[in-house]
Design a protein around this ligand. Structure first.
Ligand code: FUC
Length: 818
């Protein structure tokens, strides 16, 4: 058995025998009925889960626009007339009464968001394949191809599947090692209520349907799926709902799915001609041509970043075993695989012109998925896009950025009708219809900063790309996000600061407020408003616009509440010092200021930095999937690589191992539980932040290297200010080689763990003062207020070197370590 396995490994895994471990997820068992064992493929439009089952293969199908409902809004018209009362109740300390009123007057009476729904599955039945040997299945993330192989008698069967990034269809080729030995029957199944499955005169299998009605909204998305089998030899026969191939050598299966969805307000497209169009175009190409085009389109993105953290013998085991062992053995290559899997998942679920990756990316098999598989914007949807810019996938940020622009349109009416404010806003959730009303219950939904947070991504995209045309095109969105707050902020009667009221610190409540989350001036709300104002101020300055508005914004900014260090030496979550040091809630929203925002800094705000660390320690490590992912980023920002690594250990753990916490499924999907893709993306972002940060006035390399990764290399990371770390190598924790390409020019300020010199031996200039590069400008955080009961002390940081190198656009700087 061992020898056989090695032979299979050699054929499948190629490099393993030569000591190189390929970037593959692989298993010795089929998925069975467990969806979280199946392997995801996707092209940003179509998603599929490949089960790799032998006798009954399941290809579970999704299409990015198959959502319940139809264009709709969900604002509550009672909001405006009750707003003053809700505000008063909160200022008077009657939080629960405020929440009760908000449940009636703010929370929607209509849709609490629509659902991302599955199309169904294409099932392939292989009669006589019950007994098989030499089974193996894999997902090659270097090429974005899923494979299954096994033997029945003397015949080896191989299936190879991909969701073509070049041709917008799913393709599977099945072959038998002996002529005439391939026979199977293909049929659709679907949990959709309104659907018709049929075969056509041109020998195609079709599924046509309409999505579900949901919460007062009529389901009007029409979808069409077409399957075509192109046999090599053999006979194709059909019944009214199946296609059967007998006695073939091989076959290529094409699956095309399309809908009538044009955009969030227009569903007048023709799903039939679309699905047929994609099919006919792909069907006219050879399998090899399709495969090559797909791999090239995929690798254009994927190959931009290469990570090497070392490889140990532990890397030879199947993926599920590596996951089980990870906590107890050193397997740095599993981190590399998981890191690159995050990039694979983003490439596969988020392509320009498509929908953004939702809570499950583009993979969902349930008609009623958890949280509707929509967009939760009080953390989850943003987290999905944290890796986009820094892992060199900037173009894949586009679906999210487009969603922000669309929310700025739908959210304008919400701002006006519910809050009497100019500009635009969104609450804590949205969906494909870009609904911006408040949903679920006031405890969760009475949060007004969704628009403010998602708009950060527009500014960040500018900081990474320096694309001023883009900035000018989104300036109205940034400005209007700020205008909303100009109108919505109110003076706090006790502190006199301008605060958001009503708001909350997402999904958490202090005991002192009688179990209600509603409050005024929560720390996260203050931080988000600060960022929104700063972005508008800086964008207006760069574009030379709106001088008098800028004066207003500056004035409002000067009246925002500062951050505070409380009596437990913690960063206060609320305006009053009511935090409980035993609160282990998964949301640690006030640390938004540490990451993804940059208001809390090791160098500029040492007390807040130290308080953030205390907050994180008090909150504890183990939590749901995405919360652990966020914590990797925070510990990286806190420059504690070993603590960040222990979070990765917690996350890369089979579900059930962490008491009361999440983990990872066999297919390396993040387990909240249930599956939520944000944890995958959050951790990929966090691993990047451990190796490089560009948020605090410099490009900081190796800010949080754990002991287990003392030697390694990474290529292709992107920084704010348009620098690309073409190559970065380190040994024993010190930079040995660093090659940086400047795509925009300007001062490159480097923060490093050791001295470096230019490749020719020239010494560098130690940096002094502020970084003159405007992309690295950091806004002053208002002076923190420190409780009289606090004994907070700045942390002692690892020593770093700081150098300035002035660069020309297009120049490459080569540095060697000393
Ligand atoms: C927020 C989180 C939950 C979950 C959901 C999708 O409500 O608090 O943990 O991730 O979003």
């Amino acid at each position: 058995m061992k020898i056989k396995l090695l032979i299979i490994l050699f054929i499948f895994g190629k490099g393993i025998a030569s000591g190189q471990v390929p970037l593959k997820l692989w298993y010795k068992q089929p998925s069975g009925n467990t969806w979280e064992n199946a392997l995801p493929i996707g092209n940003g439009r179509q998603g599929a889960m490949i089960y790799g089952n032998v006798e009954k293969e399941i290809i579970q199908l999704n299409e990015h626009t198959v959502w319940s409902g139809s264009p709709n809004r969900n604002d509550n018209p009672l909001a405006l007339e009750n707003l003053a009362e809700i505000r008063k109740l909160i200022f008077d300390g009657k939080h629960k009464e405020a929440e009760n009123l908000a449940n009636k007057a703010i929370i929607t009476r209509k849709s609490h968001g629509q659902k991302f729904e599955p199309v169904g599955s294409l099932n392939l039945l292989f009669e006589g394949h019950e007994k098989y040997t030499d089974y193996i299945r894999e997902l090659d993330i270097q090429k974005a191809i899923a494979k299954t192989s096994y033997k029945v008698g003397e015949v080896v069967y191989t299936r190879e599947a991909f969701a073509s990034l070049a041709d917008r269809v799913i393709v599977m080729r099945i072959s038998a090692s002996k002529a005439g030995q391939l026979s199977f029957t293909a049929g659709y199944s679907s949990p959709q209520k309104r659907k018709t499955i049929a075969t056509t005169t041109n020998r195609e299998l079709t599924i046509a349907g309409t999505t579900n009605d949901h919460e007062t909204v009529k389901g009007l998305v029409n979808f069409k799926g077409i399957t075509r089998i192109q046999p090599e030899g053999g006979h194709l026969t059909l019944t009214d709902s199946t296609l059967t191939l007998t006695g073939a050598n091989a076959a290529v299966i094409f699956i095309s799915v399309a809908t009538n969805f044009n955009n969030y307000q227009d569903i007048s497209g023709d799903q039939n001609s679309r699905a047929a169009g994609y099919m006919n175009k792909a069907g006219s190409k050879t399998y090899t041509a399709l495969l090559n085009a797909h791999v090239a389109a995929y690798q254009k993105f994927f190959n931009r970043v290469k990570l090497d953290l070392g490889t140990t013998p532990a890397a030879q085991a199947p993926t599920n075993e590596r996951l089980r062992n990870f906590r107890n053995v050193n397997d740095p290559h599993l981190v590399t695989l998981y890191y690159q899997y995050g990039r694979y998942l983003l490439i596969s679920s988020s392509q320009p012109g498509g929908q953004p990756a939702n809570l499950q990316g583009i993979w969902n098999h349930r008609v009623n998925p958890p949280w509707d598989s929509k967009y939760t914007i009080n953390i989850n949807a943003e987290m999905n896009y944290w890796p986009a810019e820094k892992t060199n996938l900037s173009e894949l940020h586009e679906p999210f950025l487009t969603m922000v622009k669309e929310l700025a349109v739908t959210g304008r009416e919400t701002a006006r009708s519910m809050y009497g404010a100019r500009g635009w806003m969104a609450h804590h959730n949205t969906d494909i219809w870009r609904a911006t009303g408040a949903i679920d219950g006031a405890f969760w939904g009475m949060w007004t900063a969704g628009g403010g947070w998602v708009s950060q991504h527009l500014w960040e995209h500018y900081l990474y790309t320096g694309d001023k045309t883009f900035l000018a095109s989104v300036y109205p969105v940034l400005k209007d996000a700020a205008l909303f707050y100009i109108d919505f902020l109110v003076e706090h009667p006790k502190y006199k600061w301008l605060v958001v009221n009503p708001g909350n610190s997402p999904e958490n409540a202090p005991a002192a407020h009688g179990g209600s989350s509603l409050d005024a001036g929560t720390t996260m709300d203050n931080q988000i408003v600060m960022d929104v104002l700063n972005n508008a101020i800086r964008a207006a300055g760069l574009l030379n616009k709106d001088k008098s508005l800028v004066d207003t914004l500056l004035h409002v900014r000067s009246r925002l509440a500062p951050m505070q260090v409380g009596r437990h030496n913690q960063l206060q979550e609320w305006l009053d010092d009511v935090d409980d040091p035993n609160d282990h809630h998964r949301h640690v929203s006030h640390l938004y200021g540490l990451y993804p925002s940059n208001q809390i800094s090791a160098y500029r705000t040492p007390e807040l930095f130290a308080a953030s660390k205390n907050t994180l320690i008090q909150r504890g490590d183990v939590s749901t999937g995405w919360s652990m992912g966020w914590k990797v980023n925070w510990w990286a920002k806190l420059q504690d690589g070993n603590h960040a690594y222990s979070l990765i250990q917690n996350q890369l753990t089979p579900l059930g191992t962490n008491k009361d916490g999440g983990g990872t499924y066999n297919n390396l999907f993040d387990a909240h539980p249930p599956f939520q893709i944000d944890g995958n993306f959050g951790c990929t972002s966090g691993i990047t932040e451990m190796l490089m940060q560009s948020s605090d006035g410099a490009v900081h390399v190796l800010p949080a290297l754990p002991d287990v990764w003392q030697t390694g290399s990474i290529r292709g990371l992107r920084t704010r200010g348009g620098f690309e770390l073409v190559e970065m190598k380190w040994e024993k924790g010190k930079i040995t080689r660093l090659t940086v390409k400047s795509t925009l020019g300007g001062n490159l300020r480097l923060r490093l763990p050791n001295d470096v010199q230019l490749a020719g031996g020239k010494k560098l200039k130690p940096a002094v003062g502020e970084n003159p590069n405007p992309f690295f400008e950091v806004d002053d955080t208002p002076k923190a207020i420190i409780s009289g009961q606090s004994t907070i002390q700045p942390l002692i940081l690892k020593e770093t070197r700081l150098f300035d190198i002035s660069t020309r656009k297009g120049q490459t700087i080569e540095l060697t370590g000393l």
